[in-house]
Ligand binder design. Structure first.
Ligand SMILES: [Zn+2]
Length: 195
């Protein structure tokens, strides 16, 4: 008897399981569910990466405002002005009209400077307020590159609370030791006073 005959005899003598089709079905279903689990795990991993990436991106945009607050505001590199007309003159015709409404809408804070300043090559319209928790900056700068904050964002970065949003083609930031969502909301209204 050669090997082929031995193999055929072995196959012929092996009883076919009565529930063979059920076994095949179970195996296929198990395979399918493993595929689904793999797909879901992949999607979950993608979501985690996306959220982490968006957070890194948001923090990088908020740092644009924080830079002005740290270098000009906290570094005390700004002119202290006593009169509102002095502040309006320093801001020029487009942003000067924001000074008075900004003063009226910031209870508990005193506007001590409104000016244009640079950090690196970037120009800011900068309002500096003094309050019980130190200095607060409202920094407005033109949108550049891929900067994008479609909804208001707030993060604590380097010990400062930074709120940012975009308005028209400007990026607007409120930076201070304590979060100031009310001020950010008021600034959004005051922006309507610019020419
Ligand atoms: Zn400044």
């Amino acid at each position: 008897m050669n090997q082929r005959d031995l193999l055929r005899r072995a196959v012929d003598s092996e009883p076919v399981p009565a529930d063979l089709s059920a076994l095949v079905r179970t195996s296929l279903e198990g395979h399918r569910s493993r595929n689904w689990l793999g797909l879901l795990a992949g999607l979950a991993a993608c979501c985690v990466l996306l959220v982490a990436g968006l957070n890194v991106y948001t923090v990088s945009v908020l740092r644009v405002g924080l830079n002005d607050h740290v270098h000009c505001g906290l570094g005390r590199n700004f002119p202290v002005q006593a009169e509102s007309n002095e502040m309006a003159a320093a801001l020029g015709p487009e942003f000067g009209p924001m000074v008075q409404p900004m003063m009226q809408k910031t209870s508990g804070l005193r506007l001590i400077s409104a000016h244009k300043c640079f950090v690196g090559k970037r120009q800011y319209i900068h309002f500096v307020f003094e309050g019980s928790d130190g200095l607060t900056s409202v920094s407005i700068t033109e949108q550049a590159g891929l900067e994008w904050l479609p909804v208001q964002q707030e993060r604590e970065i380097d010990g400062q609370a930074v709120i940012g949003f975009e308005d028209d083609h400007y990026m607007v930031f409120v930076s201070s030791a304590q979060p100031k969502p009310d001020l950010a909301k008021n600034v959004e209204e005051v922006l309507g006073f610019r020419l």
